[in-house]
Write a protein that binds this ligand. Structure first.
Ligand SMILES: Cc1cc2nc3c(=O)[nH]c(=O)nc-3n(C[C@H](O)[C@H](O)[C@H](O)COP(=O)(O)OP(=O)(O)OC[C@H]3O[C@@H](n4cnc5c(N)ncnc54)[C@H](O)[C@@H]3O)c2cc1C
Ligand code: FES
Length: 258
């Protein structure tokens, strides 16, 4: 897909928790085509310690308002600076980058989307794409506590939402892989994004039940274009750059101990 370097204008910044913000960006022209699972390399201005762009998943593309949504967890200097953006600020982005989640062969397939923490970000756009093709997705959203469950109202628009919280304040108590829907139902396809231990547990479940599974890797990145080799992951075909051959990869390609 053709890549663009665009100056996007911040149309809103909404604090979703003490750590998470939803940033909506708009362009003077129609936003380019983007696929669920792809990401944006964001230039972080006004952060003297942030030299490189930061990779952020495409959370949603609203074609009606011509807005790109980014869900950001403020964990370091770069993301904290992004969380301080104001309406009207300009943000330079390279997009769209990387691979996307696979769409099922037909609308009757049961697709399960599992996200933990800020890893829920790319699943919203994928859920929308699934709904557009007539496929009602099931989401499992995992968080520490109720206040960390992100974009619940938005996810409810695109499928059935199951929640797990570690303290049991909302949904079922435990981790995403403890949710009862995994025992009660059989899925045809799984996609997941979140902390590596969570994705490993999901991949083990999928492997055990012989379900096609894709994970969205969050290896640290610099160039985002396959040039610096700082994001490599070992696969059955040797080392690959996650920014180009990922971030979405089938678990069968990875050398994880399943
Ligand atoms: C493809 C992709 C998509 C991403 N999507 C999102 C998203 O939608 N929303 C979001 O908030 N974040 C996302 N991230 C993670 C985000 O890019 C990092 O949190 C960010 O680069 C940290 O930058 P910083 O300057 O704030 O922190 P830094 O000061 O660079 O780092 C702060 C701390 O976090 C650690 N760290 C930095 N990057 C990562 C990482 N990728 N994995 C684990 N630890 C890391 C550092 O080692 C350090 O300890 C994504 C990452 C990738 C690769
Ligand atoms: S981030 Fe530079 S090669 Fe992937």
């Amino acid at each position: 897909m053709k890549k663009y370097v665009l100056d996007l204008r911040v149309s809103s910044v909404e604090a979703l928790s003490d750590k998470h913000v939803l940033i909506k960006l708009t362009a003077s022209q129609a936003l380019p085509d983007m696929l669920p699972g792809q990401f944006v390399e964001v230039r972080v201005d006004n952060s003297p310690s942030t030299f490189l762009r930061r990779p952020i998943s495409i959370c949603f593309v609203d074609r009606d308002s011509n807005e790109l949504w980014l869900l950001v967890a403020a964990i370091g200097d770069g993301t904290r600076q992004l969380a301080r953006l104001n309406t009207g600020d300009m943000v330079n982005c390279v997009l769209p980058l990387g691979t996307s989640f696979s769409m099922p062969a037909s609308a009757d397939k049961k697709v399960l989307l599992i996200g933990g923490g800020v890893g829920v970000a790319p699943l919203l756009f994928w859920g929308k794409a699934l709904k557009d093709m007539g496929c009602e997705a099931t989401f499992i959203l995992g968080a520490r506590s109720a206040k960390d469950v992100l974009l619940l109202d938005e996810f409810n628009k695109y499928g059935r939402v199951c929640v797990t919280t570690e303290d049991g304040c909302m949904g079922e108590r435990g981790f995403v892989t403890n949710h009862s829907v995994l025992v009660a139902e059989k899925f045809d396809q799984i996609g997941t994004c979140g902390p590596k231990p969570m994705m490993l547990s999901v991949a083990r479940y999928a492997h055990e039940h012989q379900i096609m599974c894709e994970v969205s890797l969050e290896n640290q990145m610099a160039c985002g274009l396959g040039a610096c080799l700082c994001c490599v992951e070992k696969t059955d075909e040797g080392n690959v750059c996650v920014c180009k051959e990922g971030p979405v990869m089938n678990i069968n390609r990875l050398l994880w101990q399943l």
